[in-house]
Ligand binder design. Structure first.
Ligand SMILES: Cc1cc2nc3c(=O)[nH]c(=O)nc-3n(C[C@H](O)[C@H](O)[C@H](O)COP(=O)(O)O)c2cc1C
Length: 199
């Protein structure tokens, strides 16, 4: 399938078939795809936690607001987290990067406020979300990106050490009758003239 066809067909799954599980080999590929995600100066300020354990999914479902049934019924939930402290990022990640990355960081990013640096770090994790959603669709896996979760409660359940939950993605296989699939609910997008400029 071309990338354009993948873009037309992927959608946010609202109802999963709980009997359908993603096989281990596919999960291992998804882990590797996430590890290979691009980021500014190759900063990689992330942690990706794959959850298939039913008890843990049940606990997370309780703190997933309107996403409760997706978390329970999907095959896996992947939690995307960002390194919590700027100083930890500077100590751990930055020290492993080539000198030019450190020079760029020190010149362009370090002078900014902590809040701005944290926003920059979170942006890198969001980039991996786009990469991941596209990868899932290309492999015939359905997905639901979820910001509508209680991130602090996720952190508590997962005992995140130095990382903070930003969002999660449920992955699995759709219920055949999921109303949100494009064949039943056509995709809505702004018209090209509203979002695309050519100069
Ligand atoms: C960062 C992000 C967070 C989202 N959070 C949720 C969510 O909590 N629950 C949900 O059902 N959909 C969520 N969505 C799905 C969007 O509503 C959806 O992508 C958008 O309406 C476009 O529809 P489509 O993905 O089916 O093409 C989220 C999407 C993104 C990118």
């Amino acid at each position: 399938m071309s990338f354009l066809d993948i873009a037309k067909n992927r959608y946010t799954t609202k109802k999963y078939d709980p009997s359908m599980k993603i096989d281990n080999a596919t999960i291992e590929k998804l882990k590797e795809i996430l590890r290979l995600s691009p980021s500014s100066i190759n900063s990689q300020p992330w942690k990706f936690t794959f959850i298939s354990d039913a008890e843990m999914k049940k606990e997370l479902a309780k703190v997933s607001c309107h996403n409760e049934s997706k978390v329970n019924d999907a095959s896996h939930v992947v939690v995307f987290s960002v390194v919590e402290e700027v100083k930890d990022f500077e100590k751990k990640n930055l020290s492993l990067l080539p000198e030019r990355a450190g020079l760029y960081y020190n010149r362009v990013l370090k002078p900014r406020s902590k809040a701005e640096i944290k926003t920059w770090l979170a942006c890198q994790v969001y980039l991996s979300l786009g990469f991941f959603l596209s990868a899932c669709a290309s492999m015939g896996i359905d997905s639901t990106p979820m910001e509508g979760i209680q991130c602090e409660e996720y952190d508590r359940n997962l005992q995140q050490n130095g990382y903070k939950t930003l969002f999660a993605v449920a992955i699995g296989y759709r219920d055949k009758e999921d109303e949100n699939q494009p064949s039943l609910t056509p995709k809505f997008r702004l018209d090209p003239e509203n979002v695309i400029r050519s100069i």
